[in-house]
Write a protein that binds this ligand. Structure first.
Ligand code: BES
Ligand code: MN
Ligand code: ZN
Length: 497
C-alpha cells in the first residue's frame, strides 16, 4: 500500500528514485523547477525550447539526472494552464505520473509542491488531490502467479516549501488517503470473482469494517428475511444455492444529529435469473454489488473520520440465478412495505431488493436516503461511461449530491423524473410491475424504487455507467472504479454538525 506524507526538506537533497515537479503550459520554471534546471545545466529549458515538453495536462516526461543531482530522476508532470487548475486535474495528472513511475520501477518518490500555484488551490485541497490521484492510480487487481505487473511505488513525499505549509497540506493528505484507500477497498470487493464474493463473504467484509472502527453490524440470514417479510429480496434469492444476507452497519457519531441512510445494491452475481442474460452480458455481473461495495467502503472511511452525524448503511445481498426454485416472470411478490409487485422480468432484480432495503432504512429512522446501484443498461445508453445518473424526489438534495460528487471527482448528472414515467410501471394485477419496457428504462427503474421511498428525501444513483472501466486511464485501472465511495463520504462530511 502506497504511503503518502508531507515533509519539510530540500527536495534536491533527497535520495529518491524520482523527484516530481509540476509543469504548466506556457509558464517559466520557478522555485524548485528553476533550481533543477540550473543543476541540470539548462536541460529542462532546452526540452521546452525543443517542444519536447509543453506542460499539457496528462503529459509525463522522465529526465535522468546522471549524477548532477541527488534524486535519480526528475519527472515533469504536465498540468495544463495554471489558471485552469482544479483538484480533478491534479488527481489525473498525478495518476498518469504514478503509472509512469511504476512502469520504470520507482519505489521512493517525492514531489515539490512549491511548483503548484499556491493562490489557486488551497494547500489542503492540493494535498488531498495528490494523495487521491497517487493512491488511486497505484491500484491494480492482480491474480497472476508472478509479481511482474504489481505496482512498485511504496512512498510519496510531498515536500512543502515552508514548515508552515506542512500542517495544512498534511491535513489534506490524510483525508485524501482515507478517501482513496476506501475507494480501493470497494474496487477489491467488486473485482473479486462472484464465486468468492458471495453474500456471506460480503457480510464478513462488513463485519470486519465494523470491528475495525467500533461500528455496530447486523447480518440477517435467509430465515430472518423470510420471517420479517422481505418478500422481494427473498424472491430474488430463491434460484441460488448461495443463501442471501441482509447487512446493516450503524455509525453513531452524534446523538442530536440526523441519520443518513446509505443503501447499496448487493447482487453478488446477476445471471438475469430465468430471464437469463447472454454470456457477454454476464461477464461484468460479478460487479453487480458495486453499490453495496460503495456503502461498505464509505462506512469504513466514516468510521475512521468520525464526523458528527449518524449513518445507517444497508446492503441487501444475494445472487440472481436460474434454477428449479427460482422466482418466475408472472410471480406476484409481497414486499417488506406490504406493497405487491408483478414480476415481468427476473433480470430487473436490483430494484426489487432495493425496495425492501430502503423501507428497512426508513423504519430504522433514516431521515434521508442515498442509494447506489448498478441498476440499468439504459443508464449506460443514456450517459456513456462518464456520468453516474441521479434520480430523486427532492431537487435540492439531488443538487447537493451532485456538488459532493464534483468535489470528490465523480461526475453525476440529474435525470428527469416527470410523473408521466410512473404510468409505465402500472400493473393490472399488483400495485406495481418491475419493468416498464426499454424506453426510459433507467427512469422507470428509479420510479419503481421511489414508490417505496415515499416522502423521505431520496437520491438514487445509477452507477451502471461508471462502476467499471473498460480501459486503463489516469487514476483508473481496467475493472472496478470504486465509484460513489468518495461522493458518499464527501456528502456525509458536508452534513456533519
Ligand atoms: N445489473 C443489471 C444492469 C446492468 C447492466 C449493470 C450492465 C451494469 C452493466 C440489472 O440487473 C439489469 O439486468 N437490468 C436490466 C433491466 C431490464 C430487464 C428492465 C437491463 O438494464 O437490461
Ligand atoms: Mn439484472
Ligand atoms: Zn442486476
Amino acid at each position: 500500500m502506497l504511503k503518502v506524507q508531507t515533509i519539510f526538506a530540500d527536495p534536491l537533497a533527497l535520495e529518491r528514485d524520482a523527484l516530481m515537479v509540476a509543469l504548466w503550459e506556457g509558464e517559466k520554471f520557478a522555485g524548485t523547477s528553476a533550481k533543477i534546471d540550473r543543476k541540470l545545466n539548462g536541460q529542462l529549458g532546452k526540452l521546452r525550447e525543443w517542444g519536447e515538453v509543453k506542460g499539457k495536462l496528462g503529459e509525463v516526461t522522465v529526465v535522468h539526472t546522471l549524477g548532477l543531482m541527488t534524486p535519480k530522476r526528475v519527472v515533469l508532470v504536465g498540468l495544463g494552464k495554471a489558471e485552469e487548475i482544479d483538484a480533478e486535474k491534479v488527481r489525473r495528472a498525478i495518476g498518469n505520473a504514478v503509472k509512469t513511475l511504476n512502469r520504470i520501477s520507482c519505489q521512493f518518490v517525492s514531489i515539490a509542491i512549491d511548483t503548484f500555484p499556491q493562490n489557486k488551490i488551497s494547500a489542503s485541497d492540493l494535498g488531498r488531490a495528490i494523495a487521491e490521484g497517487a493512491i488511486l492510480a497505484n491500484y491494480r487487481y492482480l491474480r497472476k502467479s508472478d509479481n511482474s505487473e504489481a505496482p512498485t511505488l511504496e512512498s510519496l513525499e510531498l515536500v512543502a516549501a515552508s514548515k508552515r505549509a506542512v500542517a495544512e497540506t498534511e491535513k489534506g493528505v490524510q483525508l485524501g488517503t482515507v478517501m482513496a484507500n476506501a475507494t480501493n477497498f470497494a474496487r477489491n470487493l467488486v473485482n473479486a470473482p462472484a464465486s468468492e464474493m458471495t453474500p456471506i463473504a460480503l457480510a464478513e467484509q462488513a463485519k470486519a469494517v465494523a470491528e475495525k472502527h467500533g461500528l455496530r453490524c447486523e447480518v440477517y440470514d435467509e430465515n430472518w428475511i423470510e420471517q420479517v417479510g422481505m418478500g422481494a429480496l427473498r424472491a430474488v434469492s430463491l434460484g441460488s444455492n448461495q443463501p442471501p444476507r441482509f447487512i446493516v452497519l450503524h455509525y453513531e457519531g452524534e446523538e442530536n444529529a440526523q441519520k443518513i441512510g446509505l443503501v447499496g445494491k448487493g447482487i453478488t452475481f446477476d445471471s438475469g435469473g430465468l430471464c437469463l442474460k447472454t454470456a457477454e452480458g454476464m461477464l461484468e455481473m460479478k460487479g453487480d454489488m458495486a453499490g453495496a461495495a460503495a456503502v461498505i467502503a464509505a462506512m469504513d472511511a466514516i468510521g475512521q473520520l468520525k464526523p458528527k452525524i449518524n449513518v445507517i448503511g444497508c446492503v441487501p445481498a444475494t445472487e440472481n440465478m436460474p434454477s428449479g426454485s427460482a422466482f418466475k416472470p408472472g410471480d406476484i411478490l409481497k414486499t417488506f412495505s406490504g406493497k405487491t409487485v408483478e414480476v415481468i422480468n427476473t433480470d430487473a432484480e436490483g430494484r426489487l431488493i432495493l425496495a425492501d432495503a430502503i423501507v428497512y432504512a426508513k423504519r430504522q429512522g433514516a431521515s434521508l436516503i442515498l442509494d447506489a446501484a448498478t441498476l440499468t443498461g439504459a443508464a449506460i445508453i443514456a450517459l456513456g461511461p462518464v456520468c453516474t445518473g441521479a434520480f430523486g424526489n427532492d431537487e435540492n438534495l439531488v443538487q447537493e449530491v451532485i456538488r459532493a460528487g464534483k468535489i470528490a471527482g465523480e461526475p453525476i448528472w440529474a435525470m428527469p423524473m416527470h410523473q408521466e414515467y410512473r404510468d409505465l410501471i402500472r400493473s393490472d394485477f399488483a400495485d406495481i410491475k418491475n419493468t416498464g419496457g426499454r424506453p426510459g428504462g433507467a427512469i422507470t427503474a428509479a420510479w419503481f424504487i421511489g414508490e417505496f421511498v415515499g416522502d423521505t428525501p431520496w437520491v438514487h444513483l445509477d452507477i451502471a455507467p461508471t462502476f467499471w472501466s473498460e480501459r486503463e486511464s489516469h487514476y483508473f485501472a481496467k475493472g472496478a472504479t470504486g465509484v460513489m465511495v468518495r461522493t458518499f463520504i464527501q456528502f456525509v462530511l458536508s452534513r456533519s454538525i
